[in-house]
Design a protein around this ligand. Structure first.
Ligand SMILES: [Fe+2]
Ligand SMILES: [Fe+2]
Length: 261
């Protein structure tokens, strides 16, 4: 039967598809790490208190990148180039979502508005990351090769999402509410499209590697379009609400080390 779990299982079981999956994931994490590192360095002078948390966020994402590399190494696999159409982070940046990389490469301090944009963008993308990790934990939390890595990344993504909620609520109280709402909405509506396009691209690469019959590929593509239709109609609201998380100050301490990876 064609289920999400079976699909992942197939991708994990084959070295070439596993290699592509981990390479795409590692590259997204590393880009997130770089972005956060730069934002921490350039954070608006009035919001310097946030710098350690933004650094920690970046350190976590870098760690996730290393974990995906370690998973490949354990199987004797090297990372492969990421096809541009599967590069979620880059496609979002190209659509003007989040802070432009050009801006982050400069040495000029960011404004408070820039930080609002960064946190709103993160609130949306960390929701996606947390939801995906939740799914992986559900299906492969006990997997001998992947279980520990998946649990660790999942825990971090829940922290990242909690941190975004908490800090955005703080900025909301400081008078940034309208900007936050506008940016969240823009980000969410663009993200669901990019996510759909990336999902279609990833599945088409996987289909080629795993020699999926045309009918199977067609069912999968239809499923991805159905998810998008649901998200466009209703699901995107989940990405823009703000509520005080149970975990407070989730990024308050240093990053949890991952010596096994
Ligand atoms: Fe991550
Ligand atoms: Fe994250």
């Amino acid at each position: 039967m064609l289920t999400a779990k079976n699909l992942f299982q197939e991708i994990i079981d084959n070295d070439e598809s596993f290699q592509l999956f981990c390479s795409i994931a590692a590259s997204g994490e590393a880009q997130g790490g770089w972005e956060n590192g730069r934002i921490a360095a350039l954070v608006a002078p009035g919001l310097r208190d946030l710098a350690p948390k933004i650094s920690r966020h970046g350190a976590d994402e870098d760690k996730h990148g290393r974990i995906f590399h370690a998973l490949m190494r354990k199987r004797g696999l090297e990372p492969v180039p990421v096809p541009p159409e599967t590069d979620y982070t880059m496609l979002l940046e190209q659509r003007g979502i989040g802070l432009a990389h050009d801006k982050l490469r400069r040495e000029e301090p960011l404004s408070e508005q820039d930080i609002v944009v960064y946190l709103s963008h993160s609130r949306v993308t960390e929701q996606r990351a947390a939801d995906q990790m939740e799914l992986l934990v559900k299906y492969f939390g006990d997997h001998p090769e992947l279980g520990r890595a998946i649990h660790m990344i999942d825990n971090d993504e829940v922290n990242h999402l909690a941190y975004c909620h908490e800090e955005l609520l703080r900025l909301n109280r400081q008078g940034h509410g309208r900007l936050i709402q506008r940016v969240l909405r823009e980000c969410a509506l663009a993200e669901i499209q990019v996510y759909r396009d990336v999902s279609l691209a990833v599945m088409s690469h996987m289909g080629r590697i795993l020699r999926w019959p045309k009918a199977k590929a067609a069912v999968l593509a239809a499923g991805i379009h159905a998810v998008y239709a649901y998200e466009r109609a209703a699901g995107w609201h989940k990405m823009v609400d703000l509520r005080m998380p149970e975990r407070r100050d989730a990024l308050g301490g240093p990053a949890t080390p991952a010596p096994a990876f």
